[in-house]
Design a protein around this ligand. Structure first.
Ligand SMILES: C[S@@+](CC[C@H](N)C(=O)[O-])C[C@H]1O[C@@H](n2cnc3c(N)ncnc32)[C@H](O)[C@@H]1O
Length: 272
């Protein structure tokens, strides 16, 4: 793994690190610079500048972002879904690389408004923002006709990574060739998700016979990060889906070690 370039480091995270007005301040900071209009790359540079020189932002950042962009360039998804859009950093970075439709699912209406402002300012036309909890957004996309997802970026409520993936599996949206990219699997970490995508079909069938809760044993404050512990649907998923999964180590934009878990669906075990 290349070493972290300290000159690019975001400001420290601190105790309160989002939803204190900084997101709206960011939108003003960017949209007051007419020279950035119409350029996704320039808008991203502007967001990075804000997070370095003013206040920390919980963006995927340049280093982990590059890992996902490289996969987009290689796999060329026609439909990509993101869970957790925040201010639109990952939305702008990835939608600009996707030659197709990009759906950004964001629970907070306030944050969704900011995503829209920055996506529009960057001039991107292939983005649709879906406001509400991710499980409802995924169901809505399915009901509207999206039966298969080519690529999905998971970067929202940490315990919901597993339940949302299982929901997509149950709806048949995960198919041979689907790629999942999950952020923050080292910092703060997501042991249940890693266990799930790294399990064999046999292990997943076995696990279905045991009772587990996806909000248990989460590192740090991550299960309560967005105010309260969310009630998650109990979805069985499809244990017969075969995954190949690997961790790509990298850095948070603050320089803290993190990684992206890249998972590819190889197909379904028809022996079930
Ligand atoms: C870490 S931030 C996403 C950062 C963004 N992907 C980026 O790199 O620019 C997580 C976002 O997920 C949203 N979120 C949390 N729980 C959610 C849920 N259940 N459904 C949809 N969005 C959720 C939060 O409001 C927050 O904006």
């Amino acid at each position: 793994m290349p070493s972290f370039d300290e000159s690019k480091a975001y400001a420290n995270q601190e105790e309160t690190f989002f939803d204190d007005g900084r997101e709206e301040e960011l939108v003003k900071f960017i949209t007051s610079k007419p020279e950035l209009r119409g350029s996704p790359r320039a808008v991203l540079k502007g967001i990075d500048e804000y997070a370095r020189t003013k206040k920390y932002l919980m963006n995927v950042g340049e280093d982990k972002g590059r890992i996902v962009v490289d996969i987009i360039r290689e796999r060329k998804p026609k439909v990509m879904v993101e869970l957790g859009g925040y201010c639109g950093y990952s939305t702008i970075l990835f939608a600009d690389a996707v030659d197709g439709q990009y759906f950004s699912l964001e629970r907070s209406p306030k944050f969704a408004k900011n995503i829209k402002a920055l996506v529009d300012f960057a001039g991107l036309k292939n983005v649709e923002i879906i406001v509400g909890p991710s499980n409802e957004g995924l169901q809505q996309l399915y009901d509207r006709g999206l039966k298969s997802i080519d690529m999905m970026f998971l970067d929202h409520y940490k315990p919901a990574y597993t339940t949302d993936l299982k929901l997509c599996e149950s709806l048949g949206m995960i198919n041979k060739g689907t790629i999942l990219a999950a952020d923050n699997v080292i910092s703060p970490g997501n042991p249940p998700y890693l266990k799930y995508v790294r399990s064999s079909v046999k292990e997943k069938r076995m696990a279905l016979t045991q009772e587990t809760t996806d909000t248990e044993n989460f590192p740090g404050r991550s299960a309560a990060q967005y105010g309260s512990i969310e009630k998650l649907d109990k979805v069985k998923g499809n244990p017969n889906i075969i995954y190949k999964s690997e961790l790509v180590e990298s850095w948070e934009p603050t320089g803290v070690k993190d990684g992206v878990e890249l998972t590819k669906c190889l197909g379904v075990d028809e022996e079930a």
